[in-house]
Design a protein around this ligand. Structure first.
Ligand SMILES: [Zn+2]
Length: 113
């Protein structure tokens, strides 16, 4: 959505500026000046948010949960998985090995009987 908005801003502003310079619209000069300045501003805004979007697309955020509440905001990518951060991956593996130990101990109880 952010990508669409920034592309829309750049394209629309660019098109309106093109129309201005080819002489399609002329009215009161000071209103035009304000409009032209705003259009350049929109293009700059669009480029900045496009740049941010590209930067964010490269950096992956962890899919785990935060330390206390909500979503984890750490940058993802460990030796084990590209989707988890170091802290969440450790928690995840600890949880998994606990589950396996439970299964093993249940199995042992069952085998003894
Ligand atoms: Zn995390």
């Amino acid at each position: 959505m952010k990508l669409l908005t920034s592309v829309f801003l750049i394209v629309t502003s660019g098109d309106l500026l093109y129309l201005y310079y080819t002489g399609v619209w002329y009215d009161v000069w000071w209103i035009e000046m304000i409009e032209v300045v705003c259009l350049y501003g929109f293009i700059a805004l669009g480029l900045v948010s496009l740049w941010r979007w590209i930067k964010m697309a490269k950096i992956r955020v962890c899919i785990g949960f935060g330390k206390f509440t909500g979503k984890c905001e750490n940058i993802a990518g460990t030796k084990w998985s590209p989707h988890w951060c170091e802290r969440c991956n450790k928690l995840r593996l600890e949880h998994l090995s606990k589950r396996f130990q439970e299964i093993v101990s249940k199995f042992k109880q069952w085998a003894i009987k």
